[in-house]
Design a protein around this ligand. Structure first.
Ligand SMILES: Cc1cc2nc3c(=O)[nH]c(=O)nc-3n(C[C@H](O)[C@H](O)[C@H](O)COP(=O)(O)OP(=O)(O)OC[C@H]3O[C@@H](n4cnc5c(N)ncnc54)[C@H](O)[C@@H]3O)c2cc1C
Ligand SMILES: *[C@@H]1O[C@H](CO)[C@@H](O)[C@H](O)[C@H]1NC(C)=O
Ligand SMILES: *[C@@H]1O[C@H](CO)[C@@H](O)[C@H](O)[C@H]1NC(C)=O
Ligand SMILES: *[C@@H]1O[C@H](CO)[C@@H](O)[C@H](O)[C@H]1NC(C)=O
Ligand SMILES: *[C@@H]1O[C@H](CO)[C@@H](O)[C@H](O)[C@H]1NC(C)=O
Length: 537
């Protein structure tokens, strides 16, 4: 059965080297034929938005102008290195550090139909991910009527108008210029993709003021770069997520002692991440009085010199806050106005379309707010929804219906025991079990399916599959299910069998079908090896 799927996929790819769509859409009379679209951020999210717009049939985007802004000097967002960041409080451009490999197999991270280069290791070095998105962007880079303005910082985005009509006014600072005044750009639609890992979430630990009055330190993983920063020290890494897991393992080689402090067990959205070699797992910190780290179980750690917070990030959008268009307090803001709880932006239809009533529906979209998923497919679904609904506003349902759908989604999240404002934008919650069989499929499928169900003739248009075929390929769900197998098994394999093993695993892999086949082969191998290796330890 699976084999048949892959053959079907290969044939479809070969037959459709260029997209086929039957006839030009006739724009409804009230649709705007000419428009200006602004994109904020050219990481994976903004790049996907640009590509989705340019993939629209030419007659649907005739007369459009698209301008994307990024303050970095290259596209690619957080995969662009910033290996010698300024000291706090200046914020590094990225949290990524030298030596970082993906925590997700790259076939799961791709945008549909575009694979990584042949023989890329499954857990890819960060440079490979950067190159992937830069290559993906190159396809639209030189398209007419599009512009990517690098080293341009968007300071403020303001809606000039009311609920029925108007335009965006952006104040943008050109960072290549010593000139400190900013220029103004106007747009009909705005796509916001500024990333969600720019602002550190700094938790307060009881007694930290005392602690910081000594030689002892507290830093956040956003600034972490090299294990040598902790040579000879005793460190507590705080936070049970991917960063806490990866960084505690890395510094274990250089530090005198590393504790990893986190909540263990089921529930509360905890991840089943294994304890890295050379790291001691401990409960959460109760307080830091008298130079001693006291844990919640009463244990005292007296020789700790550094605390590294791997406590995640806050979703903030200063350029919208500057014009009062987003409030940094979910719950306090009126429910029909945009707010961020720092984990969750509300009210959005399917984590993407703003339902704020101060501007028309379709004026503002967000891409890439979701966490705990590999975003290539998700972002593409969101970007296609934005592109098609900008081109044809009749594809949009009413604000009230979308709001009702949002409240149903939030109720489903609560029914699973989570507070939406805390748990944030997660594909695995409110859609089915985390990493369960529903994986990250239904969210983007829902968005793409919404387009073709409102205008059936769109089925078969670029990015929109015919009826009966899901937008999300079946094998992606398998990838989500076996996410932990890949993370554990790949690291085990490279550690145990070395670089040649890694090369052999991806030897000859070229097409998507090849990678998917390797995925299955690898998981089968690891399920066997896991048992064998445990037995021999
Ligand atoms: C440590 C770490 C490891 C990760 N590992 C993986 C992984 O293995 N696999 C995976 O799939 N995902 C991983 N991710 C998730 C990663 O964030 C996403 O995969 C994705 O690359 C995010 O893309 P983005 O475009 O949403 O955001 P970003 O890459 O952050 O891009 C946002 C861009 O917006 C620009 N910008 C923001 N505000 C402004 C402004 N006001 N004016 C101008 N420009 C602005 C920024 O300069 C930036 O270039 C990891 C994240 C972190 C933090
Ligand atoms: C920003 O400044 C640089 C250097 O002066 C200039 O080349 C570039 O055209 C400016 N950008 C815009 C959009 O004007
Ligand atoms: C500064 O930039 C603004 C906007 O781009 C421009 O109007 C102004 O002439 C510039 N001033 C100088 C001194 O270059
Ligand atoms: C991927 O390729 C298939 C087959 O050519 C096509 O139907 C689909 O629209 C493509 N997906 C995207 C997002 O471009
Ligand atoms: C589409 O996805 C759903 C789950 O979201 C699955 O049950 C169904 O079998 C899929 N259909 C096809 C044709 O792959």
């Amino acid at each position: 059965m699976l084999q048949l799927c892959f053959i079907g996929l290969t044939l479809a790819l070969a037959a459709n080297a260029s997209p086929v769509y039957q006839q030009p859409l006739i724009l409804p009379p009230h649709a705007v034929a000419t428009k200006r679209v602004g994109i904020i951020g050219m990481g994976a999210g903004g790049i996907t938005a640009m590509r989705a717009i340019m993939s629209l049939p030419e007659e649907m985007r005739r007369g459009w102008e698209v301008v994307a802004f990024d303050e970095l000097s290259a596209v690619g967002g957080l995969w662009v290195p910033d290996d010698t960041p300024a000291a706090p409080p200046a914020l590094p451009k990225t949290p990524l550090y030298p030596g970082l490999k993906t925590n997700t197999a790259h076939p799961s991270m791709t945008a549909p139909n575009v694979t990584y280069p042949p023989e890329t290791p499954f857990l890819a070095p960060r440079a490979a991910v950067l190159k992937y998105w830069q290559d993906y962007n190159a396809a639209t880079e030189l398209a007419p009527h599009t512009q990517v303005l690098l080293k341009h910082h968007v300071e403020r985005a303001e809606w000039i108008g009311d609920a029925d009509s108007g335009h965006w006014r952006l104040s943008v600072r050109n960072l290549s210029h010593s000139n400190t005044s900013s220029s103004t750009f106007t747009f009909d639609h705005l796509i916001v993709a500024p990333g969600i890992t720019r602002y550190p979430r700094i938790i307060h630990l009881e007694g930290q003021e005392e602690w910081l009055n000594t030689e002892k330190t507290i830093t956040h993983s956003l600034w972490y770069r090299l294990p040598e920063e902790f040579t000879g020290q005793t460190v507590v890494v705080v936070g049970g997520g991917f960063s806490g897991h990866d960084i505690s393992g890395r510094i274990a080689g250089a530090a005198k002692k590393v504790y990893w402090s986190r909540t263990v067990g089921e529930g509360a959205g905890t991840l089943p991440l294994p304890l890295p070699e050379g790291v001691e797992g401990v409960p959460r910190i109760a307080n830091l009085h008298n130079g001693i780290v006291t844990l919640q179980d009463g244990t005292e750690l007296s020789d700790v010199t550094s605390i590294l917070l791997a406590t995640g990030y806050e979703i903030r959008m200063p350029f919208l806050a500057a014009s009062g268009l987003i409030e940094d307090a979910y719950g306090a803001a009126p429910p029909d106005r945009l707010s961020t709880s720092t984990n969750y932006v509300h009210p959005l239809y399917e984590h993407s379309l703003s339902l704020d009533h101060r501007y028309p529906l379709g004026a503002l979209y967000f891409i890439s707010l979701m966490t705990y998923n590999a975003r290539g497919s998700t972002n593409t679904g969101q970007a296609l929804f934005a592109a098609y609904t900008m081109a044809d506003p009749t594809l949009l349902d009413t604000r009230d219906n979308y709001y009702a759908a949002l409240k149903r989604r939030e109720a489903a999240v609560r029914a699973e025991g989570y507070d939406p404002a805390r748990i944030g934008h997660r594909p695995g919650i409110g859609y089915g079990p985390l990493f369960g069989h529903l994986g990250d499929g239904p969210h983007q499928d829902l968005l793409v399916h919404a387009l073709r169900s409102r205008r059936p003739e769109l089925a078969g248009y670029p990015g929109i599959p015919p009826f009966g075929i899901n937008f999300t390929e079946q094998w992606r769900a398998y990838g989500i299910d076996h996410f932990m197998d890949v993370l554990e098994g790949w690291n085990y394999g490279t550690r145990t069998y070395g670089a040649q093993w890694e090369k052999d695993m991806v030897s000859g892999q070229r097409t998507e079908a090849d990678y998917v086949e390797t995925f299955h082969r690898f998981v089968d191998w690891w399920q066997h090896e896991k048992v064998t290796s445990t037995n021999t330890v």
